[in-house]
Design a protein around this ligand. Structure first.
Ligand code: CO8
Length: 257
């Protein structure tokens, strides 16, 4: 499929999506969002892909929702449209998604990065929710995911007063997995994705699901869901193969079922 606002390619078992609106700092407009969700869904459905990476440019991962597109919208148009709803599609993706972030990750860009499962940042990455400076608030999970990631005090400062986080601060507060020099952030994200894509696919899928449940359920419900998934994996060939390979001191040969 050909897209106009993103680039897609595969690197081994990794699907790479590059946001590609350099003229607008990769601002997320309606077209980009629907193309991004289509590309994620296509990789998710492809048995040859085990993980995905979303990246932008060195200068900007994404500078937020497209302000020019939204500026004249009415509340009714926003409500009737499916702008944020289409963004929500990322929650339905079953395979792991890693954000490779350099430069600005602001507003919807920060929300997109936080919607991924892991985050690799370049030393130049800058995270923020500047919506208050244009008279609104985050609309795609910023107030919720940021607060869960960095805690209430800092989230309040970011949402109410446009406090931005450097890459080092993002690492310190647990928003990102690792920070590397700008020349290496994409390779690092691809290497991480490649490692995960080489693991037992169903274990990875259920592991992602189970960790995400920690944000939605009570502890006892989460533990129950985890245990069911754990037991269910004993119905897979890959569990038999993984444990047999351990006993036989060899590398497992995953089948994906
Ligand atoms: N929307 C549209 N265009 C943008 C955006 C944006 N968010 N950000 C940058 N651009 C455009 C600029 O207008 C400019 O275009 P032009 O040359 O035609 O004027 C071009 O990109 C380059 O930008 P600058 O000249 O401003 O570059 P600087 O290096 O001076 O500044 C900044 C870079 C700091 C990133 C600056 O552009 C900026 O502050 N951008 C806006 C950041 C922002 O406020 N983001 C929040 C937007 S609101 C939001 O995200 C709400 C999310 C709600 C749900 C989202 C669901 C997806």
């Amino acid at each position: 499929m050909s897209y106009t606002t993103i680039l897609t390619e595969t690197r081994g078992r990794v699907g790479l999506i590059t946001l590609n609106r350099p003229e607008a700092m990769n601002a997320l407009n309606g077209t980009l969002l629907s193309e991004l969700m289509a590309a994620l869904s296509a990789f998710d459905a492809d048995d040859n892909i085990g993980a995905m990476v979303i990246t932008g440019s060195e200068r900007a991962f994404a500078a937020g929702a497209d302000i020019k597109e939204m500026a004249e919208a009415s509340a009714v148009e926003m409500l009737a449209g499916s702008f944020v709803e289409s963004f929500d599609g990322i929650r339905k993706i079953r395979k792991p998604i890693i954000a490779a972030v350099s430069g600005y990750a602001l507003g919807g860009g920060c929300e997109l990065a936080m919607s991924c499962d892991m985050l690799v940042a370049s030393e130049t990455a800058k995270f923020g929710q500047p919506e208050v400076t244009i008279g609104v608030i985050p609309g795609a999970g910023g107030t919720q995911r940021l607060t869960r990631a960095v805690g209430k005090a800092l989230a309040m400062e970011m949402v109410l007063n446009n406090r931005t986080l450097s890459a080092a601060e993002a690492l310190q507060y647990g928003l990102v997995n690792r920070v590397v020099p700008v020349e290496r952030y994409l390779d690092e994200a691809l290497a991480l994705a490649t490692e995960i894509a080489g693991r037992a696919p169903l274990a990875v899928r259920l592991g992602k699901e189970a960790v995400n449940k920690a944000f939605e359920l009570s502890l006892s419900e989460g533990l129950e869901a985890e245990r069911r998934a754990f037991y269910m994996l004993f119905a897979t060939q890959d569990q038999k193969e993984g444990m047999k390979a351990f006993v036989e001191k060899r590398k497992p040969d995953w089948k994906g079922y």
